[in-house]
Write a protein that binds this ligand. Structure first.
Ligand SMILES: *Cc1c(COP(=O)(O)O)cnc(C)c1O
Length: 465
């Protein structure tokens, strides 16, 4: 498979190229040059298959030519063996036509594991082939850092350093990062806030000499391989509920538009998905777009679903590319307008095309808490605040005669304070989370100073190479 940029001016790359590049050098995002097709008989053939086998069938066209088939199968088996449920992403029935697709059975109990566990192994495989090592540096306010660390731990050709704001993450979040005992993992608590951490990371990437010296890299959410890995569970769930012979609908709590874009990709590949429902929290730029064609930036407001506190949904550009009939220069113009004016208009025709498939609804924190409480009272099922936003959206926008599947993106125990507020009781803590409260923590506290942090990253990159 060849990949092209959504802005039309970056070189075409193969899978290995997009895996390592992340962002395209014209500022765009890489997308497949054509969507592979899963025929009705190919979908029926997936019925008896395991998650890893399904992952191979769905993603092989995207990686073919870059990785040997047997090696790729091994990587997929190993990746999904780290999940604690035999179905990897099990379905739980909540109502006659309502299902929860639990994406949180991986090492850090959130859906980002599904893609990052694969990404870490793919990076390692490709780097070993090239005889290279990389240093991944990232900033986290809590959740994504642990998923990235778990994905990269013990990978021979990767070092990873995650900065978090000292004393400003929850104890569970900090411990999920700092109790990982692996020689290639470094945690630094910065004396500052999350923005300070992010500015340090940006400054390291902007320092070209440093970037080349340590072979700096990132595992951000615009990497195509992450979207690719997420397509699998949409296909897997649809097949379990009758695809291709019965259509399904999905509801997805959304921030960066990555997860729901993967569902869209499944529709482009031929999975009969009749509706995609987006759930937003108070940061509702996407809901305003789908409801009223209004895509205008507003300040970010903190909510109980922090992983969706985003105003610019970077993966949305991949949908725009299709809405603009894959005209990269038109997308580049639209994105320039968005950056300059804080507003994006796509025109009535394109908006009409988008709303044939997508619907959206927003829920504030009060509605989210009430949603968690009501669901538990009705069915005994406990949803985390992100999942609750998806569930509320599913209930607000039901589809007749069609299974509605909600992407459950985090385990409720990761958001215990919100659960307590909603239900008056603590969620049951799974063993995987309990364990981090017993393990020893390792991290260094450093001042908000670029030179100090760079020296530490340099030492990490060299010391274990
Ligand atoms: C990242 C995240 C989301 C949002 O996913 P996007 O791909 O950014 O739309 C939702 N819920 C949880 C728990 C997350 O960690």
């Amino acid at each position: 498979m060849q990949y092209i940029s959504t802005r039309g001016d970056a070189p075409t790359l193969d899978f290995e190229g997009v895996l390592l590049a992340g962002l395209a050098n014209d500022g765009g995002l890489y997308v497949p040059a054509a969507w592979p097709h899963l025929s009705a008989s190919a979908l029926r053939a997936l019925r008896g298959q395991t998650y890893a086998e399904t992952a191979f069938a769905v993603t092989w066209p995207f990686v073919e030519g870059c990785i040997d088939a047997a090696a790729y199968k091994r990587i997929l088996e190993e990746t999904y063996a780290t999940f604690e449920h035999p179905a990897v992403t099990p379905l739980v029935q909540l109502g006659p036509d309502l299902w929860s697709l639990e994406l949180f059975h991986g090492p850090t109990l959130a859906f980002k594991d599904v893609a990052l566990q694969l990404l870490g192994r793919l990076f390692d495989h490709v780097l070993a082939k090239r005889g290279e090592t990389i240093a991944i540096v990232g900033a986290t306010s809590g959740d994504t850092g642990s998923a990235a660390i778990e994905a990269c731990r013990d990978r021979k050709n990767i070092r990873i350093c995650i900065l978090h704001p000292d004393g400003r993450t929850s104890e569970a979040q900090r411990r999920q990062m700092t109790t990982v005992d692996a020689p290639n993992v470094m945690n630094i608590a910065i004396e500052g806030d999350f923005d300070a951490c992010q500015d340090l990371v940006k400054a390291m990437f902007a320092d070209r000499g440093f970037r080349e010296e340590v072979n700096l890299s990132a595992v951000n959410s615009i990497n195509w391989a992450r979207v690719m890995a997420q397509i699998v569970y949409y296909v897997y769930a649809a097949v379990r509920l009758g695809a291709p012979d019965r259509p399904v609908a999905f509801a997805v709590p959304t921030g960066n538009f990555g997860n729901v874009f993967a569902a869209y990709a499944a529709t482009r590949m031929g999975v009969p998905i009749q509706r995609l429902v987006i759930g937003s929290n108070a940061n509702d730029i996407l809901t305003r777009f789908f409801e009223a064609a209004d895509m205008s930036m507003r300040p970010v407001a903190p909510t109980l679903s922090p992983s969706m506190d985003i105003q610019v949904s970077s993966n949305f550009e991949r949908l725009l590319f299709d809405l603009y009939d894959r005209d990269g220069h038109a997308v580049a113009r639209a994105m320039r307008e968005f950056r300059e004016t804080g507003r994006l208009s796509v025109g009535a025709n394109r908006h009409g095309v988008a709303t044939q498939l997508f619907r959206a609804a927003r829920f504030d924190d009060a509605a989210t808490l009430e949603g968690i409480r009501a669901l538990q009272a009705r069915s005994g099922y406990l949803a985390d605040p992100h999942t609750a936003v998806g569930l509320l959206a599913a209930e607000a926008l039901p589809e007749a005669d069609c299974a509605m599947i909600v992407a459950a993106t985090a385990h409720p125990a990761k958001f215990a304070a919100a659960i307590r507020q909603a239900t008056g009781a603590d969620p049951i803590m799974p063993d995987r989370l309990k364990a981090v409260f017993e393990k020893k923590e390792t991290y260094s506290v450093m001042p908000n100073d670029l030179k100090t942090v760079q020296a530490a990253v340099r030492k990490m990159a060299g010391a274990t190479a």
